[in-house]
Structures are given as structure tokens and as C-alpha cells.
Design a protein around this ligand. Structure first.
Ligand code: SAM
Length: 245
């Protein structure tokens, strides 16, 4: 199977029916791996043949669509608070492996990481690279999108984009198991995980009021945010991704 490279849309210089010309970090990667003219590689969704390797660009001919592999049957979005140090990196990597389709980091009251606008863009770009690497490593042929870091208010506005939003809240009694048994055949699902210090009481009660937010417990122990994220994603994928629609 041809090796796969994920090229950011900003690094695609030409993309017509037959040809594609790329620049940026994946060019370096292709060069480091010593690919040569006439090698077949996958660029995003296409199997391509290398036509020319320049110093900082590569021209390729599109041969056909790449096979679709490892793509989940559901659209699962993870809303995750911006966590300290490299914890968010870990969550992104594992979320991609487990089948999340979109990741939206947010800043709520108890998030301790301080980011200005430039910092938010840099953080997002780093997370996108981690997601791309994880896609390649686990053999997913789709792209997992890291969206802009949003505020808690913007998070509330996002809820209407999903059929259901599972809000993991350590003070809730109702387990995800009970909630899931009442809800089948869902396709656009999200889960919400708070920061290390959790959501404030006010934030939690605002979220709980939203019509399509289901507040759930992940058990009687308080999990670290990264453990909670991996746990809830695994349960949702187990329950909904195996269904045939
Ligand atoms: N507020 C808590 C505290 O400081 O004691 C802990 C927050 S917990 C470390 C981080 C996030 O993980 C929470 O906002 C929640 O989304 C999720 N979480 C952790 N344990 C959970 C549980 N038992 N049930 C549901 N969600 C949980």
C-alpha cells in the first residue's frame, strides 16, 4: 500500500483534475523518506505519481481516489477544555485513534492555560499536526479536523449542531450506560469534557438546560480530564459505531 501524506490546504499550490502541486512540511517528509520521481504515494484522498521533486515543492499526477479506510460510521465531535502542558496532545492523539471526527478545544472559567490570539492559532496548528500524524499511524483515510479554540459562550452555541451532546459531569448521578439505552441510531454525536478544575456550578447548570445536552456520569471516581475523554469516546464508539445504518 502506498504511503500516505496529509497536506494542509494552505500547502496545496495547484489542485486540478489531473495534477497537484504541494509545498510545506509534507514535502520535507517525502524528501526525507527518499521518495523519487514515479513513486506512487497518497496525498490526502488521492493516489498520485510523483512527477517532479523541487527544493521546496513537489508536483504529482493524480491517478485515482485512495481507498477509504478506518472511517467511523458516526460523526463524533469532542469538545475538550484546553488542558495544561501536553495533556491535550495526548487526548487528540487518542481521540483520533478511537474514531473522533472533529475536535474543538474550548476555554471555560477554570482553564488555567492563558493564550492570546496568536497562541491559540499556534496551539491549534500543533494539534492539527498531531491529529494528522495519528490518522496516518492508525490507518484512517479521512481527515480529523481541529477547529479554532472557542469560548464557553461559543461552546453553548455549538450544541445545536449535533443530535445529542453527552456532557460528562462528575456531580451527575445518571450513568452514560442508562442514557445510552434510551437513545439509539444516533449519527451526529458530541461529548464535552471540562478542564482539570472542572466546570463551575454556573457553567454546568447552563449546559444542562440545553435541550439536546444529556448530562452523564462516568462513575463514582473523579477521572483526570484526559482519562474521562478517552473513556467516553470509547463507550460512544462501542455503542454507536458498530450499528449498521
Ligand atoms: N471538578 C473536579 C475537581 O476538581 O474535583 C474534577 C474535574 S475532572 C478532573 C475534569 C473533567 O473530566 C470534568 O470536567 C468532567 O468533564 C470529566 N470527569 C471526570 N470524572 C468524571 C466522572 N466521574 N463523571 C463524569 N465526568 C467526569
Amino acid at each position: 500500500m502506498a504511503r500516505r501524506f496529509i497536506v494542509d490546504s494552505n500547502d496545496i499550490l495547484i489542485n486540478d483534475d489531473k495534477n497537484i502541486k504541494i509545498s510545506g512540511t509534507e514535502v520535507k517528509h517525502i524528501q526525507v523518506l527518499r521518495h523519487e520521481v514515479d513513486d506512487e504515494i497518497i496525498i490526502n484522498k488521492y493516489i498520485c505519481k510523483i512527477k517532479h521533486i523541487g527544493r521546496d515543492y513537489i508536483e504529482l499526477e493524480k491517478l485515482k481516489d485512495a481507498p477509504v479506510l478506518g472511517v467511523p460510521n458516526i460523526n463524533l465531535t469532542l469538545y475538550i477544555a484546553v488542558l495544561k502542558n501536553d495533556k491535550l496532545d495526548l487526548v487528540v492523539q487518542k481521540a483520533v485513534e478511537l474514531g473522533v471526527k472533529t475536535i474543538i478545544p474550548f476555554i471555560s472559567n477554570n482553564v488555567v492555560v492563558k493564550l492570546d490570539e496568536k497562541g491559540k492559532i499556534k496551539r491549534k496548528e500543533k494539534l492539527q499536526k498531531i491529529a494528522n500524524e495519528a490518522c496516518k499511524q492508525c490507518g484512517r483515510s479521512d481527515e480529523v479536523v481541529i477547529k479554532d479554540i472557542i469560548s464557553f459562550k461559543e461552546l453553548l452555541n455549538c450544541m445545536s449542531e449535533n443530535e445529542i451532546n453527552f456532557f460528562a459531569y462528575e456531580n451527575e448521578k445518571d450513568s452514560l450506560y442508562n442514557v445510552i439505552s434510551n437513545k439509539s441510531n444516533l449519527k451526529d454525536i458530541s461529548c464535552i469534557i471540562g478542564p482539570e478544575g472542572g466546570f463551575t456550578k454556573d457553567e454546568a447548570s447552563i449546559l444542562k438546560e440545553i435541550y439536546n445536552v444529556s448530562t452523564i456520569s462516568l462513575g463514582t471516581r473523579i477521572l483526570r480530564a484526559e482519562t474521562a475523554a478517552i473513556n467516553i469516546i470509547s463507550i460512544i464508539m462501542y455503542e454507536y459505531d458498530r450499528r449498521v445504518f
